[in-house]
Write a protein that binds this ligand. Structure first.
Ligand code: CP
Length: 326
């Protein structure tokens, strides 16, 4: 018997967006195609469409963010929704109110969607299980578990540059162990059918069971970069590390820092990506981060259209539930 996927409504359409795991290729391509149609809105002089007029979207960020929070806010505003940014440090959560009580209060204000970032893996899923049926929950990053909208904006960026996923060899370099971004990217890339996903990093930063996700493991950066089409570098996530997993940042840069010299082993038309925030001189050299093969700032731009797509798709499934037309 197939397990019910809480993310989908009874017609298989997106209701919540919590993880890439369990979503099929058709749905991922639909997100990318919908985002493509929204990317033109950003280039218009009036950067707005009325799709979510009258809807209220709440940004609930329990953990720091620059890119994700602001692009979610911009995406919601470009869809004409009303946006509330809850300052968690200044909210009643800091006075001991439970997460569920905070949510129930926001629900009582007739909000339509929660965009949630939390340092606990599973937080967005937990919230989705407890909200009223008319509310959609979008995961903006939960602990080490998933960052699905980041993965989709990365897929959008890759498709813009490489057109077809099938022939691509993709390397993800760095702190795979603590990375929710890497986990979501691996699920997206394997579902979209790329030729090969390589994960490259020291043994101390590699999950023990990572090969079960359908990737090839490399501990030697030069070997892993050979003939790749895309390199995704990751930040060392010190805030999630328990104990000393590395000798020093200087040594890490020597072995795993992406430099022009190491990048020369990849294909000549390789693109370099990073979800941000970047740490120059730790996982990436400035010459690469600012170089011609870097698409790091393009990723940020595409985040708006991709988040518009995901929010509008989740809300249109919800409209069906209510018999509404949006
Ligand atoms: N990529 C990413 O999640 O960045 P922020 O932490 O700034 O949102």
């Amino acid at each position: 018997m197939r397990r019910h996927n809480i993310q989908l409504d009874k017609n298989g359409r997106l209701r919540h967006f919590l993880t890439i795991e369990g979503l099929n290729r058709k749905l991922l391509v639909e997100i990318l195609d919908t985002a493509e149609s929204f990317s033109g809105v950003t280039a218009q002089s009036i950067k707005k469409v009325p799709l979510l007029r009258g809807k209220t979207i709440v940004n609930l960020f329990f953990e720091a963010s620059t890119r994700t929070r602001t692009t979610f806010e911009l995406a919601a505003k470009r869809l004409s929704a009303d946006v509330l940014n809850i300052n968690v440090a200044a909210s009643a959560t800091s006075k001991g109110e439970s997460l569920l009580d905070t949510l129930h209060n926001l629900q009582a204000m007739h909000c339509d969607m929660f965009v949630v970032r939390h340092d606990r893996s599973g937080a967005a899923h937990f919230i989705a299980q407890h909200v009223a049926p008319h509310i959609s929950v979008i995961n903006a990053g939960d602990g080490r578990h998933a960052h699905p909208t980041q993965a989709m904006l990365d897929m959008f960026t890759i498709r813009r540059h490489k057109k077809d996923f099938a022939p691509l060899n993709i390397a993800i370099v760095g702190d795979i162990l603590h990375s929710r971004v890497a986990r979501s990217q691996i699920h997206a890339l394997t579902t979209l059918g790329v030729n090969e996903v390589r994960v490259i990093g020291p043994e101390t930063l590699m999950p023990a069971d990572v090969e079960a996700l359908g990737v090839h493991v490399h501990h030697d950066l030069r070997e892993g970069l050979r003939d790749v089409d895309v390199v995704i570098t990751l930040r060392l996530q010190h805030e999630r590390m328990r104990g000393a997993l590395l000798p020093s940042e200087h040594e890490y840069f020597r072995l795993y820092g992406l430099t022009e010299e190491k990048l020369a082993l990849a294909k000549p038309d390789v693109i370099v990506m990073h979800p941000g925030p970047i740490n120059r001189g730790v996982e990436i050299d400035s010459a690469v981060a600012d170089g011609t093969r870097s698409v790091i700032l393009e990723q940020v731009t595409h985040g708006i259209a991709v988040r518009m797509a995901i929010m509008s798709m989740a809300m249109s499934s919800r409209a069906n539930l209510e018999g509404e037309i949006i």
